[in-house]
Ligand binder design. Structure first.
Ligand SMILES: *[C@@H]1O[C@H](CO)[C@@H](O)[C@H](O)[C@H]1NC(C)=O
Length: 328
């Protein structure tokens, strides 16, 4: 979907006759790209490429201010792409029960604190369609006050999570910004009703980051925010850095070398079930390595507080804790 603000930026750039040399710096990546020349002479397709890239995925980006920087971005698609990369604060709720991220939805933006959940694939929010008794203490999304909201008539969603909690409601599209990266036409599921765990809980909804295979929108499944943004990122990935009692981050499009030690290892994802599922050959308790059955898998789920393991792993772990007893 075309975006009026993106169109406005490109129009302004066409009016700019030339640009001076101006290094573009992305603090998160620490790279600099020196740019010279008149972009109209250097690359006739620059603005078109930029516009196409933005419109193809409905992605908008808060660009640095100043026509020079904006023009530089138009010239260098790669640079423009890197500017889709961004980072969002993940704040731990009380006792690290969950981590929420401020997410901006609609025009003008309404900010809700959402749980980024790699274990599900629905983006749903507390909304003005719920009874007031359900929403006390929560920020809600009011579609009627967003000029960019479009209801999808005849669509609905209904989800039940592994802990028995759930929510359901209507469906539409709006712009959704996490960090500084915006998807212009994101399917947003608004809650009509949620279960008590959500009423009493600390988030205003969920951003599912699993595979859209798990999405519950009917009659047609919705793509997740990450699936929509992926092609515009420098690297098609995101990382989660979650701390005990301390703000962490979700980074989109890059791996921040300050956030890990050692070497990043990669493993293929088994996409069949829609989770971030991978083979789990071994586990370690203290310094002892044990083997799992060859078919064992694990899933990386940022939206749960549970560590579910095989009984063998649980036994090996609790054997190291004096006084530990089995409790049904
Ligand atoms: C953690 O992040 C939240 C949300 O952005 C913010 O309101 C809060 O002030 C941050 N806390 C600290 C200690 O930085």
């Amino acid at each position: 979907m075309r975006y009026s603000s993106a169109t406005a930026i490109v129009t302004a750039l066409w009016a700019a006759k030339s640009v001076t040399a101006a290094p573009v710096e992305d603090p998160s990546l620490g790279f600099a790209v020196p740019v010279t020349h008149n972009f109209l002479e250097v690359n006739h397709n620059g603005p078109k490429s930029f516009n196409d890239a933005i419109n193809k995925w409905g992605i908008e980006k808060d660009l640095p201010t100043g026509e020079h920087l904006k023009s530089d971005l138009v010239m260098h698609k790669e640079v423009a792409k890197r500017y889709a990369d961004s980072s969002a604060v993940a704040a731990p709720g009380s006792s690290d029960v969950e981590y929420t991220v401020p997410v901006k939805i609609g025009t003008p933006a309404q900010t809700l604190n959402l749980n980024l959940d790699t274990g599900s694939s629905d983006l749903w929010v507390f909304s003005s369609s719920q009874a007031i008794s359900q929403t006390t203490g929560h920020d809600i999304y009011t579609p009627s006050t967003s000029s960019t909201w479009k209801k999808l008539a005849g669509f609905s969603w209904s989800i039940q999570y592994a802990d028995g909690s759930g929510a359901s409601g209507d469906v539409g599209t709006d712009k959704v910004t996490i960090g500084t990266t915006t998807v212009g036409t994101q399917v947003v599921e608004i809650a009509n009703i949620v279960t008590s765990a959500f009423v009493n809980g600390g988030n205003d909804g969920i951003v599912g980051l699993g595979y859209s295979k798990l999405n519950t929108v009917s009659p047609v499944k919705a793509k997740t925010w990450f699936e929509n943004v992926m092609s515009s990122l420098s690297n098609k990935l995101f990382t989660a850095t979650l701390y005990h009692n301390k703000n962490g981050t979700y980074d989109f499009g890059y791996i921040d070398s300050k956030k890990y030690t050692g070497t990043v290892k990669y493993t293929p994802i088994l996409t069949k079930n829609g989770w971030w599922e991978f083979p789990s050959r071994n586990y370690k308790v203290g310094r002892t390595t044990y083997s799992n059955p060859s078919t064992a898998t694990g899933i990386a789920d940022t939206g749960t507080s549970l560590l579910l393991v095989s009984s063998g792993a649980a036994k090996a772990y609790y054997k190291t804790i004096s006084g530990a007893q089995a409790n049904s």
